[in-house]
Design a protein around this ligand. Sequence first.
Ligand code: PMP
Length: 437
Amino acid sequence: TFNRYRESRKISLKLHKEACKYMPGGDTRTATYFEPYPHYIVKGDGAYIYDADGNKLVDFQNNYTSLIHGHNHKPTVEALQEQAALGTAYTAPFEKQTRLAEILINRVPSIDLIRFTNSGTEANMHVLRIARAYTQKSKIIKTEGGYHGTTDVFEASVDPNIKKAGTLDNIKVIPESRGVSRNALKDVLVVPFNDIENTKKVIENNFNDVACLIIEPVMGSAGQIVPTREYLEFLREITKHYGILLIFDEVVTFRLSMGGAQEKYGITPDLTSLGKIIGGGTPIGAFGGKEEIMKMYDPREKKMYHSGTFNGNALGMAGGIATLTAYNQDMVNKVNDLGTKFKTELENVFVELGLDLQVSGTGSLYNIIFSNKSIRNYRDVAGSYEKLNSLLFMSLLLKGVFNAPRGMFCMSTAMSQKDIDFAIEKLRESLLELKPV
Ligand code: PMP
């Protein structure tokens, strides 16, 4: 397969080699790299991307779930162009920021007040800071396999080797990257997702020191693992009881309904972080929650500091307004329906080919899992079949379908049933090829 890739991606190779002269590995995102070398994209239009070698692919990555309308969404592009001509950023508040804040607050009732950042990573940095400031405690609880961006405390137990990670009732905190501060990790406690008993133990033994519990309501990078309603309800109750703030990281899951996963599952967190789709394809993040907590960021209170040269920049606000205005209930239904069809049709293919595989996820977010055992948490999918997923990824890429190397597929409103059918047919062909493996 690599030979066929090399044959059809010669210009990409040339561009990659040149990039490696200037950037380690040729890029600035770990997640864009795949073997033998990444392709170069020159254009995106609707549901499709076009690479430098002239190949057209259906885009099921959508810049890791951040482009809800796919590429070149007309109303968003027009809003960005119009705004660019008027200025991209000013050292002053900007009315479109108020409008985007209003849109988000109307959609997410748990958010009374909101602030913007430039990424989901920064949103989580600040949501953590305000949780610490408000509770005057410093530790955090996160889930094993949970991804919350690249700050030290969050680069813990994201994709750990479970052979070295202890048992579920005593999970070891494992740094995700060299250079992560061991001291920072002393503030981190790790619990298994969907595991009431073991989560309860950690909370009961540590609540005096714990500022917040942060969770992706549907675990994304771990493999689109859905929560049980009981687990989320349990988290809401126990954190409230022990004075721990419950933070929903909805950077990815906001797309699941008009008001995010918290609306879908009927749970009200204290604080929420957002990102990805809310900037209409531009770099963005946001965090918000109860007025009583968030008002500590009011500069007149002189309690907290939060600056950022491009926070609330004009382009992000204009793009975000256009994108979210177009992401109305009909469009939410559309991507979720496409997602359901994708899941159902793919499950039919598994049955037809006699494969013990499953599709995890919900709404417009899915992952292929190379096992049929029931999935509750990270350990049920950990490290498993990474090789098979990357083989499948490469096979699909060569057939014109672009998903994430770890098996993730997300839908955009630019897609139609035709694109789903195409992807399913290519998945069928690829799985048949892989069957002997
Ligand atoms: N939280 C979650 C759940 C994410 O998936 C991501 C990014 N994939 C982030 C936070 C970090 O966002 P960003 O990449 O914008 O820093």
